[in-house]
Design a binder for this molecule. Structure first.
Ligand SMILES: N[C@@H](CCC(=O)N[C@@H](CS)C(=O)NCC(=O)O)C(=O)O
Length: 256
């Protein structure tokens, strides 16, 4: 039966789904979609335009958490399942991470990085050595950059007030996940679960773990450098780096 994951290479919610599929050894093909043109393609198959979308036989599942649920319930992929008695807590923490880190990172990072096509274009069209015509894609993204920047700012409602609120939510999210860790190795205790994968995948664009398949900009603009100074070395940040180092070393690395 064919299993296909529709993504953007750069999408951190797609990374969450990709990681869960990989961790469970589920064979699938990834179809990274071109930014902007993804809208009609995804809407033709699913209710909204967002990725990730999992297609498995006749089933179409949209949204990273729904994909992880489908993986557990329908494909027997329980490697990252939360222990039965902690299911409610797991759902609560995953929702917090989706909101504070998933939503927060998009606004804060795009607001800063959309200033420079040199930062963004290699992330939209990474060289993953898969034969994709990367040079052509990059040329097209560069040509369409002003239009894409406008569309992204509009889609995610990126304005100074929403970016400020996203930054605050992001920091408050760290407060909560630091507290939840409480000195333990993982958010629900002694072994990693989908909650840790969610936090790691969604914060990766900020924490920039070396094992990530994308090469994030080493030099951040000042707004992001300041945010990094507030958050690095905190337990949640350490968790992200450790999750990638110890549980995600299998992906090919992209050249910027
Ligand atoms: N709650 C969704 C959020 C997905 C999401 O925001 N996806 C972004 C990429 S990271 C996207 O597809 N944005 C473009 C669009 O919505 O058309 C999930 O968990 O999958």
């Amino acid at each position: 039966m064919h299993t296909r994951l529709l993504t953007f290479s750069v999408s951190h919610f797609s990374e969450k789904a990709r990681w869960a599929l990989d961790a469970n050894g589920v064979p699938y093909r990834e179809r990274p979609l071109p930014l902007g043109l993804h809208v009609p393609y995804v809407r033709w198959r699913a209710p909204r335009s967002s990725v990730p979308v999992l297609e498995h036989g006749g089933d179409v599942v949209q949204g990273s958490s729904a994909i992880l649920d489908f993986l557990e319930r329908r494909l027997g992929g329980v490697a990252l399942a939360a222990p039965e008695q902690q299911r409610a807590r797991a759902a609560e923490l995953e929702a917090l991470a989706d909101r504070a880190f998933g939503g927060g990172i998009v606004r804060v990072l795009y607001d800063a990085l959309l200033a420079s096509p040199d930062d963004m274009v290699p992330l939209w069209a990474p060289d993953l050595h898969d034969g994709a015509p990367v040079a052509t894609q990059r040329r097209l993204y560069r040509a369409a950059f002003p239009w894409l920047r406008w569309g992204i700012r509009r889609t995610y409602r990126i304005r100074s007030d929403t970016v400020r609120a996203a930054r605050e939510r992001l920091i408050a999210g760290f407060d909560e996940t630091d507290r939840a860790l409480g000195g333990r190795p993982y958010l629900l205790g002694p072994r990693p679960t989908r909650v840790d994968v969610t936090v790691a995948a969604l914060l990766a664009p900020l924490c920039r773990p070396r094992e990530h398949m994308l090469t994030w900009p080493r030099e951040f603009p000042p707004a992001l450098t300041e945010l990094v100074a507030v958050l690095d070395r905190r337990p949640t940040w350490e968790l992200v780096l450790r999750m990638y180092r110890e549980h995600r070393a299998t992906r090919p690395r992209a050249e910027a």
